[in-house]
Write a protein that binds this ligand. Structure first.
Ligand SMILES: Cc1cc2nc3c(=O)[nH]c(=O)nc-3n(C[C@H](O)[C@H](O)[C@H](O)COP(=O)(O)OP(=O)(O)OC[C@H]3O[C@@H](n4cnc5c(N)ncnc54)[C@H](O)[C@@H]3O)c2cc1C
Length: 401
């Protein structure tokens, strides 16, 4: 790893924008969720020149971060080992809010409704107990009284994660990119990376459709496109199409952020999640699964079929009887999934390239902490948060690699 440097040693990459060759300390490939956060964290530390490259315009509509809202939670369905990272992420979300002067995390809480014996609900309960997270556990009667929006079955319990809430994903990516630029990062938009080659420790050449970029380190955060430049990831990554659907309630006042927390519901193998109404007429209620994985982003279907939309509508109404079952808006997105949904945070054998991908439908909330892992990689710090959880050789081993 490189030693500390002073501001004077930084290469001023901003002067090189028109050049067909750029020299920088660090290059960040992909300025979606993780790339934007990595760029912000690295630039904020200010001792390295850093350039970010994005194939589309900034905060475009093709990435995994689009769709109005994301659910934030610290009591974690996916397992208690993520909790320290989530708590750190929460602090960093607040830091980005402070840096940008925008509210990005709406602290409305996140309500899990399910059966205590379900593994995901058990993980939520274990998280709040193990880490002493602020929460409330509600029995069916309390749930019905407090949250009449939800259809509650006998035997359901509710766990309100007080630190949970809704996030504004597009605004978050914009804020991270703006702040990165404010701290001196150079941003190259509408420029596609065609090749990344490690020429030795601290020497990486990135070839784009416009120029070459020579850097001492690279952070590669290509999301669902990762397999295109790193075919070896094909063995563990798939591209999962994910739907989003919005429905109009008959009583909107029941679903506004002051009354309706973000939520997750699992019932009969169906996983639904959503956020309170942010647009003033509808709310996002959406299932996780509607399509099998595809080999490449280009194969993600453009729309949800009318038959599937009707099916989703009836399911949404069964969880929230006040909803009109016809979706007022729907869209199809995607994320890179690993087989066990543990993200890929991997440093190559020369210590030159950090790969971030495979956030498996649950990465947005973790993004600033992942950006901090990129900062720790660049500055030679120990990757403190969840390093054991994200240990990639173990991850690959677990997948039989
Ligand atoms: C519908 C949906 C709902 C979700 N809900 C939640 C939720 O409620 N809570 C939660 O925590 N998470 C949620 N997630 C997951 C989360 O949004 C993703 O895990 C996260 O956004 C992934 O970020 P990423 O940086 O890996 O990918 P992206 O944000 O897609 O970024 C990848 C970037 O790399 C760029 N790129 C790729 N190839 C190149 C190239 N060759 N040259 C230049 N640039 C390139 C792309 O254009 C893109 O901008 C959800 C995801 C989806 C799709």
């Amino acid at each position: 790893m490189m030693g500390e440097e002073t501001e004077e040693h930084k290469v001023d990459t901003r002067k090189q924008t028109e050049s067909n060759h750029i020299e920088a300390d660090v290059a960040v490939v992909g300025l979606g969720t993780m790339g934007a956060m990595a760029l912000w964290r690295i630039a904020r530390r200010s001792a390295r020149s850093v350039v970010g490259i994005e194939q589309y315009g900034l905060v475009h509509s093709h990435g995994s971060f689009t769709g109005e809202s994301r659910v934030f939670r610290t009591a974690y369905h996916e397992g208690t080992r993520y909790v320290p990272t989530l708590l750190r992420s929460r602090e960093l979300w607040h830091e980005l809010e402070k840096d940008s002067g925008r509210q990005l995390l709406l602290q409305v809480g996140t309500l899990t409704v399910g059966y205590a014996e379900d593994a995901a609900v058990q993980n939520v309960i274990d998280s709040v107990r193990e880490y002493d997270l602020p929460h409330e556990v509600l029995d069916p009667a309390q749930l019905r009284e407090r949250y009449p929006q939800h259809a509650v079955k006998n035997g359901n319990i509710g766990v309100l994660d007080v630190f949970g809430g809704g996030m504004r994903p597009e605004l978050s990516v914009l804020s991270a990119l703006e702040q990165a630029q404010r701290f001196g990062a150079q941003v190259l938009a509408n420029e596609k990376v065609l090749d990344i080659s490690v020429d030795g420790p601290e020497r990486v050449t990135i070839t784009t459709d416009r120029r070459t970029i020579r850097a001492r380190q690279a952070v590669v955060a290509q999301g669902s496109w990762a397999k295109r430049l790193s075919p070896e990831l094909s063995r563990i990554l798939s591209v999962q199409p994910l739907p989003l659907t919005w429905f109009m309630p008959h009583h909107l006042e029941l679903f506004t952020p002051d009354r309706f927390p973000a939520f997750i519901r699992d019932e009969g193998g169906v996983h639904f999640f959503g956020a309170p109404s942010l647009d003033g007429y509808s709310l996002k209620v959406t299932p996780r699964h509607f399509h099998d994985p595809v080999a490449d982003v280009s194969e993600v279907p453009a729309v949800i079929t009318p038959e599937k939309l009707s099916e989703i509508g009836l399911l949404a109404q069964s969880f929230f009887p006040d909803l009109n079952p016809e979706p007022v808006h729907s869209s199809v997105h995607h994320d890179a999934f690993t087989i066990n949904k543990v993200p890929v945070v991997d440093v190559d054998s020369t210590g030159t390239v950090l790969t971030l991908t495979g956030f498996s439908g649950h990465g947005f909330k973790l993004a600033p902490a992942v950006g901090e892992m990129a900062e720790q990689f660049v500055f030679g710090d120990e990757i403190t948060f969840a390093a054991a959880d994200y240990d990639i050789p173990a991850h690959l081993a677990a997948l039989g690699q």
